[in-house]
Design a binder for this molecule. Structure first.
Ligand SMILES: [Zn+2]
Length: 387
């Protein structure tokens, strides 16, 4: 660890003292005059529903040398210094396998090769590599970064000022039809699975990256997909409906015994992209006391679906307003898609997260609601899911 990250670590621990005092106050539910000005001394912690940081580190994105998670870069979205600066206290770290393993980092939605199916053997090998990377970061962090397996570990980690990672599979190509790999990956810390990404696999069909489209674009869960849902319920692995077709969504809803969760999706009524959730889907999520993490990808936010980073933060607020009206205050969280998408310039990267929370404040959201959206709703959802 270098000098500057030691300094950041120290700053974080100072900020954390304020955080402990703040939670002590809020747990009593007594309004504290002037509390807001005390709180503004540090960013509100954020636990986020989705990032592709492990992939970007593995592929040495943006450099021919190893990316250093402990040094601030001026490209991509997450590293420890920028996370500290913006209050990002951790999140779901995706284990995602590219269709063309080893063929660069151009994941353009316009190239059909990026949606080709991936065989299980290489997918499992690549997934283990990503977990190795997470473990190497934790091991090199001097205790600053922890891989968490329970909601209690995440809560304790955030309170202790640590950066917390929860391992999540996005597209379960690494898992075989006999579920041997599922057991092995669970042992390594896997606690959340989206059965499918936007390409078909043995479990389900995924939605295409298509604007002005219903999410009803293909088949639902296969028989082995249904078995995956049952096994995840039994093992205590959260299931994620982001990227699945509408048929797959209803198939999962019918057998999943836990709350329905979309880690990184938005409202279809605000932006009619196939990746977003219809009102009917949101009603089903609300019924199970599930959670939706707001995705910052501009093409899933804008009502014209354009890939324009000059998208004002008010557009994110529009989705938050809509999701709150359908899911209530306990059902809306954040699911940035950092390191996997184009985000609004107003956020730019993890260091810019306070700008988003300020946009919520400007829209009249109170601090209690902002804390729920920022991290408390993910923590209580994981608890309700048995994690
Ligand atoms: Zn995704």
């Amino acid at each position: 660890m270098n000098k500057s990250s030691k300094l950041l670590s120290w700053l974080w621990s100072i900020q954390n003292c304020n955080y402990a005092a703040k939670t002590a106050v809020s747990s009593k539910n007594i309004p504290q005059p002037g509390a807001r000005s005390l709180m503004s001394a540090r960013p509100t912690p954020i636990f986020d529903g989705h990032n592709d940081t492990l992939l970007k580190l593995e592929l040495k994105h943006g450099t021919d040398r190893e990316r250093d998670f402990f040094k601030a870069a001026d490209y991509d979205h997450i590293d420890l210094p920028r996370a500290r600066q913006g209050g990002l206290a951790g999140g779901f770290f995706a284990l995602w396998v590219p269709s063309n393993i080893g063929v660069g980092t151009n994941f353009s939605d316009d190239d059909p090769r990026n949606f080709a199916s991936v065989p299980q053997g290489p997918a499992l090998e690549f997934t283990h590599k990503l977990i190795n990377r997470a473990e190497a970061i934790a091991a090199a962090s001097n205790g600053e970064v922890v891989i968490c397996r329970t909601s209690e570990e995440i809560s304790a980690g955030i309170e202790a000022g640590k950066f917390t990672m929860l391992l999540h599979i996005e597209g379960a190509e690494a898992i075989d039809a006999e579920f041997t790999a599922l057991d092995a990956l669970y042992e390594r810390g896997l606690r959340s699975i989206g059965p499918v990404w936007s390409r078909k696999n043995i479990f389900a069909d995924g939605v295409p990256m298509r604007f002005n489209s219903s999410p009803d674009t293909g088949d639902g869960l296969t028989e082995v997909g249904r078995e995956l849902v049952r096994r995840c319920n039994a093992k205590g692995i959260m299931l994620d409906v982001s990227h699945i077709t509408e048929k797959g969504f209803w198939d999962m809803a019918a057998i999943n015994e836990k709350p329905i969760v979309a880690t990184h999706s938005n409202a279809h009524a605000v932006c009619p992209h196939a990746r977003n959730l219809t009102d009917k889907q949101l009603a089903a999520i609300a019924e199970t006391k599930g959670v939706v993490g707001i995705n910052y990808a501009v093409q899933f936010l804008r009502d014209d679906g354009r890939l324009d980073p000059n998208t004002p933060l008010e557009v994110v607020v529009r989705h938050a307003d809509y999701l709150l009206s359908k899911l209530g205050e306990d059902g809306v969280a954040l699911g940035s898609d950092f390191d996997g998408c184009t985000v609004p310039n107003g956020i730019k990267d993890a260091a810019g997260l306070p700008n988003l929370l300020n946009a919520f404040r400007a829209a009249g959201y109170g601090e209690a609601l902002i804390e729920k959206i920022a991290y408390k709703n993910w923590l209580s959802l994981l608890k309700r899911t048995g994690i």
